[in-house]
Design a protein around this ligand. Structure first.
Ligand SMILES: Nc1ncnc2c1ncn2[C@@H]1O[C@H](COP(=O)(O)OP(=O)(O)O)[C@@H](O)[C@H]1O
Ligand SMILES: [Mg+2]
Length: 245
């Protein structure tokens, strides 16, 4: 590769078809997630966001198509500590402290207490490290989950609706953290069903009824649809899609 060639995409999805419960929920979708950026996966509830995320982390049975992560087939063993997944419901142990939760994940990945402490520090939870997870606020739980994901120093982080139900200040802080991670070369894919998060992403993947209806930057989406706010851009694309059926 020439020295200044752009890095290959961290995630490539090609002609992916997924069926769940006898229904097709991803319908021949293709996209690439660029390395070192924050890509938003946006779409209403039930549109297929979690299914796509599961396909990327390798926990979803796919009918056809391919998903490649860091040059390897999704879910392959070699990706184990290179890809981290924060599920929609914070997956931490309520009866353990923040510190013990993160230390547990560290031990799973052959990391030590120093790595655990660094991950807790990175998400700003060092002042709450001794607290029981059960007693944390929603935002603190999300941060703790993020620390559990960060402890293996992953290159790709996939977060499923991490900011849902959080207050605006905490959301702001989390997005700043996502960008901080991307600025160190990590790749983040962050899903959300609220369009007001769209402007915080470097790139947007808009999903509706199992299809991608846009794969663009926020600015590109505005100019392509001739709209100022991204909510209107989304509506514009939906109408265009419905009109062409
Ligand atoms: N375990 C399942 N069995 C059958 N259908 C499912 C299952 N999980 C999700 N689905 C269906 O797949 C579609 C996409 O769901 P999902 O990927 O969870 O959407 P989102 O994350 O955007 O809300 C929905 O229609 C949902 O009802
Ligand atoms: Mg979901």
């Amino acid at each position: 590769m020439p020295p200044d060639a752009p890095a290959p995409p961290a995630v490539t999805v090609e002609r992916l078809v997924v069926e769940r419960g006898g229904r097709t929920v991803l319908r021949d979708v293709s996209a690439a997630v660029p390395t070192g950026s924050v890509t938003g996966l946006l779409g209403p509830s039930g549109s297929g966001k979690t299914t796509l995320i599961r396909s990327i982390v390798g926990t979803q049975k796919v009918k056809s198509g391919t998903v490649t992560v860091l040059g390897e087939p999704a879910g392959s063993k070699r990706l184990r500590s290179r890809v981290a997944y924060v599920t929609q419901d914070a997956s931490i142990y309520p009866d353990l402290s923040v510190k013990s939760n993160v230390a547990y994940f560290a031990s799973l990945y052959g990391r030590d207490r120093r790595d655990a402490a660094a991950a807790i520090e990175a998400v700003g939870m060092h002042d709450h490290a001794e607290r029981l997870a059960a007693n944390l606020s929603g935002g603190q739980k999300t941060r703790t989950s993020l620390a559990c994901a960060l402890v293996c120093d992953p290159e790709v982080l996939v977060l499923d609706e991490p900011t849902v139900g959080l207050d605006p200040v905490i959301r702001e802080e989390l997005w700043a953290q996502f960008h901080g991670l991307a600025s160190t070369g990590r790749t983040l894919l962050v899903s959300s069903h609220v369009m007001d998060e769209a402007d915080r992403c470097d790139r947007l993947l808009l999903v509706r009824e199992g299809r991608f209806i846009a794969d663009d930057t926020p600015a590109g989406l505005r100019s392509a649809t001739g709209t100022e706010d991204l909510e209107s851009a989304f509506l514009h694309l939906i109408r265009a899609q419905d009109g062409s059926r």
